[in-house]
Design a protein around this ligand. Sequence first.
Ligand SMILES: *[C@@H]1O[C@H](CO)[C@@H](O)[C@H](O)[C@H]1NC(C)=O
Ligand SMILES: *[C@@H]1O[C@H](CO)[C@@H](O)[C@H](O)[C@H]1NC(C)=O
Length: 462
Amino acid sequence: MERLHFYSIVLVVVVSLSAAAEVAESAIGVNWGTISLHRLSPKNVVDLMKDNKIEKVKLFDADPDSLKALMGSGIQVMVGIPNEMLALLSSSASACDLYVAVGNEPFLTSYSGQFQSYVVPTMVNLQQSLAKANLAGTVKLVVPCNADAYVSNLPSQGAFRAELTQIMTQIVSFLNSNGSPFIVNIYPFLSMYGNSDFPQDYAFFEGTMHPVVDGPNTYYNAFDGNFDTLVSALSKLGYPQMPIVIGEVGWPTDGASGANLTAARVFNQGLVKNVLSNKGTPLRPGVPPMDVYLFSLLDEGAKSTLPGNFERHWGIFSFDGLAKYRLNLGNGYLKNAKEVKYLPSRWCVANPNRDLSTVANHFKLACNYADCTTLSYGGSCNDIGEKGNISYAFNSYYQVQKQNPKSCEFDGLGMITMLDPSIGDCRFLVGVTDEKSLGFRSDGGWSVFLLVACWAFRVIFM
Ligand SMILES: *[C@@H]1O[C@H](CO)[C@@H](O)[C@H](O)[C@H]1NC(C)=O
Ligand SMILES: *[C@@H]1O[C@H](CO)[C@@H](O)[C@H](O)[C@H]1NC(C)=O
């Protein structure tokens, strides 16, 4: 994920329906991103979470429609303030007001005072910390992430990179004085993807032929190893007890070899079992991460493919809310979204009666505009042949264009069909209509509290 390739500071607001911040046992939440070509209505998504008893969600921005749909749902929301907003937020109180207005519209009148009085001093503080580290005025910290920061280190030897020690000390002390957890994203998939020597079975939770022996402790999976590397790093700064939240963790299902349904199921199910067992890790026995946010709830077909074609396929549900595989988050297997409004059962394919030798530009255009990442090597549609490729591209484009008949012309090379052209695992999608039908609910006693999260730690550890 490109987010991960930079060290950055993200301010996160947690909005909870419950009056008190109860310290509960570890909970499984989800990340809900909305960089989508076919957006499910926010109400569909919130109902999907409720049906699956998902009680915590993390948003990447304070999208008013998402927040409105979440109001009164009982789901705890963590809202990331985009990095670009941070400088703005910390430099002026009025920008802060603006943010609250955009992000938390429903609560503006009743909570803006409380919110503001909390945010601004925090920002000032953060600003001061950054100033001490010679980062005043920038607030947004963009430091290239050194992927080999922890290579060949043992968990017990975990440490923040030397050049980050000062800033991390300030941030962690700041977090600690605010009672905030440290938030970290852990991606064994990326470790494996970026390093062909990474022992594959170590990425998963079901036994390993390559355990990592670290003094008296043995690690059987990369997740525990990563977690304890962070514990060690925090300990070195003097905060061995600092609570840890996993902000993102998951496995993609398409767009790369190693990204498939089986692997994603094994990884995510192993992760959930590991976390819900409350057994913790060797360095924190009996203390699992505070919360774990799966990445991701839904596929996001409009995300940048810069990190890789898998980037659009992290969902435990497909873009339209269908469970991709059997996964039990602790309350039975995933249930599909209900009452999803699809476009009619129509597809656009290559006209079999036409010479397709002039199709290249159309193909390129369609795939630039729509999503063709499943066609790539290791993808679910990689072996459907040249004509299949063209049909796939045409259909993806046609669906994004809401089945506008003109969008299937392609100078006469396209053709609309009522027969589903899906082949095996390769699904030719039908779009959903993204009507903004919001089920508006009355809000209960919302409490707003603040966490400062720092995505400053990416471990590649083996
Ligand atoms: C799925 O991915 C895993 C690794 O992530 C790999 O070992 C396995 O061979 C893949 N399965 C298929 C069917 O491609
Ligand atoms: C279909 O497209 C993919 C991605 O561009 C490519 O890897 C594959 O070779 C194509 N197949 C054929 C038969 O052209």
